[in-house]
Design a protein around this ligand. Sequence first.
Ligand SMILES: Cc1cc2nc3c(=O)[nH]c(=O)nc-3n(C[C@H](O)[C@H](O)[C@H](O)COP(=O)(O)OP(=O)(O)OC[C@H]3O[C@@H](n4cnc5c(N)ncnc54)[C@H](O)[C@@H]3O)c2cc1C
Ligand code: SF4
Length: 508
Amino acid sequence: MFCTGIEVFIKLVLGNVVKFISYTISRKLWKYNMKQYNIVSKQRQKKRDSKERIVDFHPIYHNFNDKEAKEQASRCVQCPIDTFKHIMINPSYCRMGCPLNNKIPQWLKKTYEGDIEGAFTLSHEMSPFPEILGRVCPKKGLCESNCVIEKSEYSGVSIGEIETYFNEKAFEEGIIPNYGQDKIKKHKVAIVGSGPASLSCATFLLQEGIGVEIFEKEDRCGGLLTYGIPNFKLPKDAVKRRLDWMKEAGLIIHTNTEVGKDIFINELEKDFDCIFLGIGAPEGRSAMMDNEYANGVYHVMEILTKAQKRIFNHDFENSILKNKNVVVIGGGDSAMDALRTAIRVKAKSVKCIYRRDKQSMPCSEREVSNALEEGVEFIFNQAPKKVLVNEDMNVTGIKVAQTESMIEKETGKRKLIVHEEKLLDIKTDIIILALGFSNKIFDFYNDLNLKLGRYNDIVVNEKQETSHKHIYAGGDVVRGADLVVTAALDGRTAAYAIKEKLASKVLV
Ligand SMILES: Cc1cc2nc3c(=O)[nH]c(=O)nc-3n(C[C@H](O)[C@H](O)[C@H](O)COP(=O)(O)OP(=O)(O)OC[C@H]3O[C@@H](n4cnc5c(N)ncnc54)[C@H](O)[C@@H]3O)c2cc1C
Ligand code: SF4
């Protein structure tokens, strides 16, 4: 009995000593190895304190420093799926979740090795503006959700943050992206709109030595990168920097030029070899409430565009939301952007009304936490019914009805029950509708006889070609309101198809 006790004791001590030594060795070794997902824990970029960040529109996250980026890159296991994917059933890893099929494991390895230029070059092979996508791509649903480690007990690699880190570091070191600067431009392509779909198309065309002119109705380029996504999520300097490089490489930009009004589409048809339409899905959806057209009801884009224009003009004082009680209706990312903008322009109170519960919100969890930290109040399970107004038709409040989510017995589907009798009046001065976007039928579609889909989306084939020869389209105008990265993919696909068409001289 006595001997067995000592044996057990020695075994226990020895076991722990061995564990301690192997842990210490691997802690030391990780500096030289990747695959450290179980030793190095996942880290996100550090945030500025909420009290400090609500007084300005500067980005709320600090980019990774060299040490953080290297440590986080070291967590990648360098999945060999790329090599074996054709013989695997349902392979899943980061690249498969990325619409651009970005070379993620390859540039994570370069980051880990400290080869910034190598990582920069690899990321630019597939992506037109990786430092922008690293910031705006949703953290769930794309590459990070597809990371094999995310599917284990450990969290996946912080891919987006690392992508932003090494690209910004490369820019600091003076590295400039390839826009075919040295190529003599052959052919001419007109691009209508200047959002991410258009900028991506322009990038890959310029790289191929094809001349590009952009026609944009706004005073600045970038589409929703400039006038939608707020500066605290995407600094506008990052968009301007790209445009400046493209202009230096030969891109011609016509701002304040609306196609169909300031210039006609058939003029573009005459003067250019091909046309790309990247004109977005700008129509804000209605809440179908009584009095929705009262004074004080705004669509989210009106508010966000005006806020950004004021930032460009250094005018921070004159927001229509200042000292007002503000209610935002909606649960998506654009609702979160409007709420957090209202906080920054010093609204008196800022409330979000959403008709389902917190778990059902389509926006990312990270955005809800950021909004909560910054002082937004959330009211869940309430459906908007009526805008309350005074005799001058100014908003005084909003009437909402309580809702409940149920699972339908027959179908097993979730259903929203609105309790019309359980009504509540919420006092407010301003109501912002953030209920999504629809496609608009532009007048010039008639001139082109374009084939449209069920939701007025432009129908394209796998090369982004429309039913009209020489006209391509991509981004939200084709997909309906979607993402920056899918717009970037469409622009890239169209650019390669245009290049192929111009090279084969199919043009008459
Ligand atoms: C508030 C908000 C926040 C968002 N946040 C994110 C995010 O964090 N991450 C993400 O991935 N996606 C986000 N999105 C979605 C994303 O911004 C869009 O999917 C993307 O910008 C679509 O790109 P696009 O190039 O198709 O169109 P847009 O970006 O809409 O650009 C279209 C451009 O065409 C111009 N235009 C339109 N008609 C004409 C004409 N007749 N003549 C000349 N120019 C014209 C417009 O002025 C505009 O500049 C957000 C959207 C909104 C509204
Ligand atoms: S899936 Fe995750 S672990 Fe695998 S290569 Fe991609 S980032 Fe690395």
